[in-house]
Design a protein around this ligand. Structure first.
Ligand code: SF4
Ligand code: SF4
Length: 163
């Protein structure tokens, strides 16, 4: 059974992890896309064919604000959560719920000062700071939350791979 695009977009609308700097620090921009995407507000990396994330065009709750003009790399990208709904292995409702639980876990860590985002640094394509180093080792519950989150992000969303 095919799933329509509008239903799939409900999964991404509550997420944004591939745009807001959580999963990736950069998104590829092809030579012939540079003018279009920079006019729409994307910020190019000074030495790579890529724009830096978090993307200024991502709007929490509604998603990409330049959808028709987004780079081809964004158009191509589909994480495991979305793919499982696309190919019918999971229902849209299950995946909307998965995203909701993932965001709740991230927010819980964020409220304790833990930033799990991948970050782009000058001259380096992609660097992930180890979030565990930001945590007081006595906070066992948070460390467990963090390990659970890392497993979920790697297994279901593509944490740490190229967009
Ligand atoms: S990480 Fe997956 S579910 Fe989240 S916005 Fe990107 S494609 Fe959609
Ligand atoms: S252009 Fe749109 S899809 Fe691409 S990273 Fe920015 S908000 Fe996300």
């Amino acid at each position: 059974m095919s799933v329509n695009a509008e239903d799939l977009s409900r999964i991404c609308a509550g997420c944004g992890l591939c745009c807001n700097g959580t999963l990736f620090g950069l998104v590829d921009v092809a030579e012939d896309e540079i003018e279009r995407v920079t006019k729409r507000g994307l910020v190019l990396h000074p030495s790579l064919s890529a724009a830096v994330l978090p993307c200024p065009k991502h709007v929490e709750a509604t998603g990409c604000s330049i959808y028709a003009d987004r780079p081809a790399a964004c158009h191509r990208y589909s994480c495991g959560v979305l793919e499982a709904a696309e190919n019918g292995n999971k229902s849209v409702e299950q995946q909307v719920d998965k995203v909701r639980r993932t965001i709740a876990l991230i927010d819980r860590l964020k409220s304790q000062g833990v930033d799990v985002r991948v970050v782009a640094k000058d001259g380096v394509a992609k660097v992930r700071e180890d979030p565990a180093s930001q945590l007081d080792p006595s906070k066992a519950e948070l460390l467990l939350d963090l390990s659970e989150l890392k497993i979920i992000l790697k297994r279901d969303y593509g944490y740490g791979v190229e967009k």
